[in-house]
Design a binder for this molecule. Structure first.
Ligand SMILES: Cc1cc2nc3c(=O)[nH]c(=O)nc-3n(C[C@H](O)[C@H](O)[C@H](O)COP(=O)(O)O)c2cc1C
Length: 189
């Protein structure tokens, strides 16, 4: 059921770092993105894959985690992602801003969920530093980083009771709560 997969596909930010992800798995996931819709079918997205400790350690410090959790600076060593997929736009193919990368990212995360993995889209990226450290050529614009691993946290969906009630939070047992607006509150006509 697609709904079960979507329900399971939450944003996970703590992982069993000991569980590694192989390069061929990342390639399978990017293949799901390759088959996504694309405006004008231009297919401007390109990808950088990382699943080894050295490269992962270069990427990690350039990401910001869970802005609403003010007392938490991101996953500790041992709970960090086992892999990353960096989504780029090839400016030589398209300079315009579309939503291709959102679709691609969701396909990848749904595919990861089906494999018993999980992840988080990270848009808050120190882009200049990441470009420098990975030597990413200027033709590629850094759009999103997908952090991936075997989830080590429980995430539950709550009901958002008001417009202000959209901040996710973590309880004393470490369970992450994500308020979602009600169906009747988002259908406006
Ligand atoms: C485009 C986009 C950018 C995001 N950037 C970040 C980010 O920089 N850091 C982070 O911890 N989470 C990030 N998230 C995850 C959201 O916080 C998360 O989707 C939201 O809290 C709802 O949780 P859910 O994905 O489990 O439904 C991003 C999500 C999207 C769609």
């Amino acid at each position: 059921m697609i709904k079960n997969l979507i329900l399971k596909n939450r944003s996970y930010r703590r992982f069993n770092q000991k569980v590694t992800i192989e390069l061929h798995t990342l390639r399978e996931l990017v293949d799901l993105a390759r088959l996504s819709s694309s405006a004008n079918n231009l297919q401007p997205l390109k990808y950088i894959l990382s699943c080894d400790r050295r490269k992962n350690a270069l990427i990690f410090p350039n990401l910001a985690w869970a802005g609403y959790l003010k007392d938490w600076q991101g996953p500790d060593e041992g709970e960090r992602p086992s892999a990353y997929i960096i989504i780029l736009r090839d400016m030589e193919i398209s300079k315009s801003f579309g939503c291709d990368h959102g679709i691609a990212a969701q396909n990848i995360l749904l595919g990861a969920t089906e494999k018993g993995l999980g992840g988080c889209m990270i848009g808050s990226i120190k882009r200049q530093r990441l470009r420098k450290i990975l030597d990413i050529p200027p033709r590629y614009k850094i759009l999103l980083v997908l952090a991936l691993g075997e989830p080590k946290e429980k995430v539950v969906i709550e009901t958002a009771r008001s417009d202000e009630d959209i901040k996710y939070w973590r309880d004393n047992d470490g369970v992450h709560h994500v308020p979602k607006r009600l169906l009747d509150d988002i259908i406006v006509g």
